[in-house]
Design a protein around this ligand. Structure first.
Ligand code: CP
Length: 357
């Protein structure tokens, strides 16, 4: 059975197919109106959300299916101490597919191991957000007409911005894309992402003004207050990358400005009326591509294709990342995937924390 926990769960061809089905749904919605009749989607949101939860729920309803779930885990038996493992085993008794957002890195991955239904990662801590990525790819395809030969400027909290991590991994599968990572030095893109895209050209910078003239796609992100242990550090960095109408003068006339939203201060509202600003259409595209994803996962479950299990090594009994789900659930073992044979680099199977052994 297939889950969607990270972008690499799907081949490039599968991602392109999702985008094409999303486009077909946009053009022919009536064709899909009963496709999920009699089916149930469960939304398990342990963290706040507007776009991801509503777009998944709207997607299932527009496919003729129905929705159950919680938007505040404290209203479920999680408040009594129920584990992620037991929650998903229970939900799988009732629903055909589950969508999980969690504050712990790797929680949807862990859920997928114990689930009899497809599990979708709707964002796990500061780690990954793969359904935002398929939203972003559909947006780029619709607005730029291609997913190749792009200069992509990513700006903001690149350390904690899970949407950036997943998008960069996905865009690196397409030819000749160049990445410009713009952030304060405290919020740089993680090493595991740079390692993943080592065959692509990328640059790390601190000035948005320097990167802007190059951009075909500008991907703005918010500084993620909820991921900071030190509030003073957040106050220091919160306005380090701000796009204004004045700065837009530096950009190409056919550049697009994207943002996964919510925005705080990083795009001033006077940019909204610029035709290059596509962040609200982007939120709408998310529903169509999530419809395509639900169709794919539920129909593949019925065809019962087995997952390809990667070999994992038992290097340590636990992961050193305190935000990793493996430190919050009772697990017999934690696996570590081999990333770089020559340099003996491994990564935690849940949160991707690196270990050079
Ligand atoms: N883009 C995104 O994940 O938005 P929400 O947090 O509102 O779901």
């Amino acid at each position: 059975m297939k889950h969607f926990i990270e972008v690499s769960d799907f081949s490039k061809e599968e991602i392109i197919s999702l985008i094409e089905v999303g486009q077909d749904i946009m053009q022919n919605p009536a064709k899909y109106g009963d496709a999920m009749k009699g089916r149930l989607l469960a939304t398990l949101f342990y963290e706040p959300s507007t776009r991801t939860r509503f777009s998944f729920e709207a997607a299932m309803l527009r496919l003729g299916g129905q929705v159950i779930g919680f938007s505040e885990a404290q209203n479920s038996s999680v408040a009594k101490g129920e584990s992620v493992k037991d929650t998903i085993r229970t939900v799988a008794c009732y629903a055909d597919i589950a969508v999980m957002r969690h504050y712990l890195e790797g929680a949807p991955k862990l859920a997928s191991v114990y689930s009899d239904i497809p599990v979708v990662n709707a964002g796990d801590g500061g780690h990954q957000h793969p359904t935002q990525t398929i939203t972003d790819l559909l947006t780029i395809q619709m607005e730029k007409g291609r997913l190749t030969n792009l200069n992509v400027v990513l700006c903001g909290d690149l350390k904690n911005g899970r949407t950036v991590h997943s998008l960069v991994k996905a865009l690196s599968k397409f030819e000749n894309n160049t990445f410009y990572f713009v952030s304060p030095k405290e919020l740089k893109i993680p090493d595991y992402i740079k390692n993943h895209i080592k065959d692509s050209l990328f640059f790390e910078m601190e000035s948005l003004e320097d990167a802007l003239p190059m951009a075909d796609v500008l991907y703005m992100t918010r500084i993620q207050r909820e991921r900071f242990a030190d509030p003073e550090q957040y106050e220091k960095l919160k306005d380090s990358c701000v796009l204004t109408k004045h700065k837009m003068i530096l950009a190409k006339s056919d550049m697009i400005v994207m943002h996964p939203l919510p925005r705080v201060n990083e795009i001033s509202e006077d940019v909204d009326s610029d035709p290059r600003a596509v962040y609200f259409p982007q939120a709408k595209y998310g529903m169509f591509v999530r419809m395509a994803l639900i169709l794919k996962l539920v129909s593949e479950k019925e065809n019962s294709a087995e997952n390809h299990e990667e070999h994992r090594h038992e290097l340590y009994s636990s992961c050193s990342n305190p935000k990793c789900v493996s430190n919050h659930e009772k697990l017999e073992k934690v696996g570590f995937g081999l990333l770089d044979k020559e340099n003996h680099v491994y990564a935690c199977e849940y949160c991707d924390t690196y270990y050079a052994v």
